[in-house]
Write a protein of this length. Sequence first.
Length: 271
Amino acid sequence: MHSWIDGQPATALNLQNRGLAYGDGLFETIAVRGGRPSLLDAHLARLALGCQRLSIPADTALIREEILRYASALGEGVAKLILTRGDSQRGYASAPAAAPRRLLQASPLPHYPEVHAEAGVRLYPCRTRLAEQPVLAGLKHLNRLEQVLARAEWQDAEHAEGLMRDIQGRVIEGVYSNLFVVSHGRLLTADLSRCGVAGVMRGALLEHATAQSIDVQVGEVSMPMLEQADEVFVCNSVYGIWPVRALDTLSWSPGPLTRKLQAFARTLLET
């Protein structure tokens, strides 16, 4: 499957693209099954929020149409949309007439071991901390060096994900997923107003849990709260939910609320 630039098969990328030079843009990673992009409305809503926050004038209707065409041609895999502010000359200031550029890339659906979803995964305690930047917090922007550094901290197959905290030591998320804690029936996930990525699966789970009258809290998650949790799981829009079974010397078992939400997440990704 060829990459596309601005809706057409890619031939070359302008080296003056601001996404390449400064990470000036956003991206979405969308699972495609049966030619259909999963959670497309949620992905586009997050993209629109990011465009508003970064003042990137993007045509979301056009982007939707391109993703649908690309997914239909792809059939099965992962479609990555990269939206940059466009091309410009040297310097941080962008050209007033710069037009946003849209890149679509394809990769196969990752085949994770079934044990990840069934028995759970072990998290690596990442040393790399997430810096606080409220302007960018929650967005899927192109500046991912913190995640790159965190992912480089482990190479073994024993750890499927890493735990990331902020500079104050608060629990925020995984390297490529969001994290939830279940304690005494309450579903808790980190407030992402300082840092972190507001995943579309995270949003869907919060909305579903609230509709099901599950006690939900978005706020500060400390290490003691994580240590005392009854259940822990991570999630994203490609694999759904993985229970967390271990972090260093800590251990948990997949619990009933994790299993209930896991089944819901599976239906979202299959439709």
